[in-house]
Design a protein around this ligand. Structure first.
Ligand code: UDP
Ligand code: MG
Length: 333
């Protein structure tokens, strides 16, 4: 059980969200004010917008709103680093001041009223609170199918991912400090956070349709997230390659024996089709498995370079611009 009312920082990643950001900020600051007046969070709680290298007026909106409302803070990336890095930056920069952080998408598709439940779980002593969506009815059929398939595949590959847990969650200061010790660039928070342990809880929430603008998760971004998820959490595909290679060796042996029998019976020309088919198959398998190994080697290559996961270009942070700069340096270590 916790006694102290927490200082809550709500982190929202924003990528070309000019159509909806203004309204989302109205809703979130309203929600924060209610939480404060209900005595659920500290009056020094904030909303942190992380502009993930938007090409539109997203940053102008953040800058303007934060100049008139000190409850709104902003970080601006030097370019687009992706949703996962935007959330990470917001969380890591907030952890020095906040007692807990909730991350939520800028389109507020996730029900913000669930924040009360997040706080309640935090007060019960949880350090990690997962938001789990009630259903996927608002998703397009394609997204629903691929998302469900992905979670099944992750489970099969041995990664401990909680199905349908979006990046809508609460982390305590303790959990955030632990998260800051994970240096990987190949970031898949949904898989990473469960591996940290700590006392955790779940909160169920509804998902609405996007009220404006388009989904910023293009098919390419989604595929890259899924690939990151698999390759950062599991090396089982590499083990499967070995099994596959072994099976193909046995198959080749059987075929060798069969063709020797054919040869002994003087039927050498026959079986040409099988040979070609098998050649193609084995060639294909070779390419595929080499590619898969290459994928992991590539990821390892990126990791050993230790490049910063994001670079902050500008910050509106209670007048602490310098602190943010050192924070960025530190993350590049
Ligand atoms: N987003 C981001 N960087 C990106 C893509 C998306 O920060 O490169 C943010 C986006 O602004 C939103 C959140 O990630 O706040 C989720 O994106 P979106 O709502 O478009 O995804 P969907 O709900 O369709 O999965
Ligand atoms: Mg969305």
């Amino acid at each position: 059980m916790r006694e102290m009312i927490p200082k809550l920082y709500i982190v929202i990643p924003c990528y070309n969200e000019e159509e909806i950001l203004e309204e989302s900020l109205n809703i979130l600051t309203g929600k924060l004010a209610r939480l404060v007046s209900d005595g659920k969070v500290d009056k020094d709680s904030r909303v942190v917008c992380v502009d993930d290298g938007s090409g539109d007026s997203t940053w102008d909106i953040i800058a303007r709103r934060s100049s008139s409302d000190n409850k709104i803070l902003g970080l601006k990336f030097s370019r687009n680093y992706g949703h996962q890095n935007a959330i990470l930056a917001g969380m890591l920069e907030s952890r020095h001041i906040a007692d807990c952080v909730v991350t939520i998408d800028a389109d507020l598709q996730q029900d913000i009223e669930a924040i009360d439940d997040f706080i309640a779980k935090y007060m019960e002593g949880c350090d990690v609170v997962y938001g789990i969506r009630n259903d996927r009815d608002t998703d397009k059929a394609g997204k629903k199918f691929t998302a469900e398939g992905f979670y099944k595949l992750m489970k099969l590959l041995g990664a401990d991912v909680i199905p349908n847990s979006a990046d809508y969650r609460l982390l305590s200061k303790k959990a955030l400090n632990a998260l800051s010790d994970y240096p990987e660039s190949n970031l898949f928070l949904r898989g990473l956070i469960p591996t940290m342990g700590f006392r955790s809880g779940v909160v169920y929430f509804d998902v609405k349709d996007r009220t404006g603008g388009q989904s910023k998760y293009t098919v390419k971004k989604m595929l890259s997230l899924a690939l990151n998820g698999i390759t950062s959490m599991s090396t089982r595909p590499l083990e499967l390659i070995v099994v596959l290679g072994f099976l193909f060796c046995i198959l080749a042996l059987i075929i060798f024996v069969l063709s020797m029998i054919d040869w002994a019976r003087g039927m050498v020309v026959q079986g040409w089709t099988t040979t070609v088919a098998l050649l193609c198959l084995i060639g294909g398998m070779n390419l595929l498995t080499n590619g898969l190994v290459g994928l992991y080697v590539g990821k390892a290559y990126i990791e050993i370079k230790h490049r910063p996961r994001y670079i902050i270009d500008q910050a509106i942070w209670d007048g602490l611009a310098d602190d943010v700069e050192t924070a960025t340096d530190r993350m590049g270590d």
